[in-house]
Design a binder for this molecule. Structure first.
Ligand SMILES: Nc1ncnc2c1ncn2[C@@H]1O[C@H](COP(=O)(O)OP(=O)(O)O)[C@@H](O)[C@H]1O
Ligand SMILES: [Mg+2]
Length: 269
């Protein structure tokens, strides 16, 4: 579905040495796949995601989505891409306009992409989305500031899901949340993958989180992919010394899976 081939990106910084944020990075996300990308802070994770979202222009390399080259898409292809690939950020507050109600925030994409014309239809779709992500539709008129961090991330996910994306790109969506809340949001993403057939590219600096969610994992170190494989390959037989070092540093136990896990009462830590 998503194919990143030999991507490189250098940042020139005034008065300092240039940084190679990405060096020859190749990565694939299959249709209905859940792929994890793990790396320490500064390893280039956000630069890669921003390149995929078209927010950063790589120096070299190729990004294709369902066979179409991101850099040479027709207008219609680009419009489809903007809808089909949605991003969830680390800090939901930074992408949720504080002056908009939750209902407005979730339904915005429906208007932008002209998916539902009637306000009544948009309202019921919004209520449905809120229920889907475990929010109460009665809270539609409230503002994001009156929600907890975990609930805000649910709002951001509902907002992304509103336009029926095929790929969800998540940039450390749980690293700003309490560990107990992290499992709930991860379970929600897992459910969305299973129920909607959504593909997910999930970025984190925390291996435990990636292990929990992602059957396929890439490890990024200083802008380079140093390890790629299935969850089992990476965790039981890491080939690269950097991955071995990362694994040795995983201190906490993983949250356990639960089928209806986005219902908070069924969460197990
Ligand atoms: N706009 C920018 N200008 C200059 N340097 C940048 C810019 N964005 C990122 N970098 C540098 O590129 C490297 C990778 O950053 P980033 O992709 O944000 O890593 P991560 O998301 O893994 O923490 C870092 O050294 C960072 O300082
Ligand atoms: Mg980052």
């Amino acid at each position: 579905m998503l194919d990143v081939q030999r991507l490189s990106k250098k940042f020139h910084r005034y008065g300092m040495n240039a940084v190679m944020a990405l060096k020859d990075v190749s990565l694939q996300v299959p249709a209905r796949g859940v792929v994890g990308l793990v790396g320490e802070s500064g390893s280039g994770k956000s630069t890669l995601l921003r390149s995929i979202m078209g927010l950063e222009r790589p120096d070299e390399g190729l990004i294709t989505f369902e066979g179409a080259n991101l850099l040479s898409m027709t207008r219609a292809e680009r419009r489809d891409y903007r809808r089909s690939v949605q991003m969830v950020f680390q800090d939901p507050m930074s992408c949720l306009n504080p002056r908009m109600t939750v209902g407005q925030l979730i339904s915005e994409g429906l208007i932008v992409h002209k998916l539902l014309d009637s306000p009544t239809a948009r309202r019921s779709k919004t209520a449905e989305l809120m229920e889907l992500v475990g929010l109460n539709p009665d809270d539609m008129e409230r503002y994001p500031s009156s929600f907890s961090g975990g609930q805000r991330q649910r709002i951001a996910i509902a907002r992304a899901l509103a336009v029926k994306p095929r790929l969800l790109v998540c940039d450390e969506p749980v690293s700003a949340l309490d560990v107990s809340i992290q499992a709930q949001v991860l379970n929600l993403l897992q459910d969305m993958h299973q129920e909607l057939g959504l593909s997910i590219l999930f970025v984190a600096h925390d291996l435990a989180v990636v292990r929990y969610l992602c059957p396929n994992i890439y490890v990024l170190n200083k802008g380079e992919i140093v390890e790629a494989g299935t969850r089992d390959e990476v965790f039981s037989n890491p080939q690269n010394p950097y991955t071995q070092q990362l694994l040795a540093a995983v201190p906490r136990p993983l949250p356990t899976a639960s089928r209806h896990a986005h219902e908070p009462q069924r969460i197990q830590q």
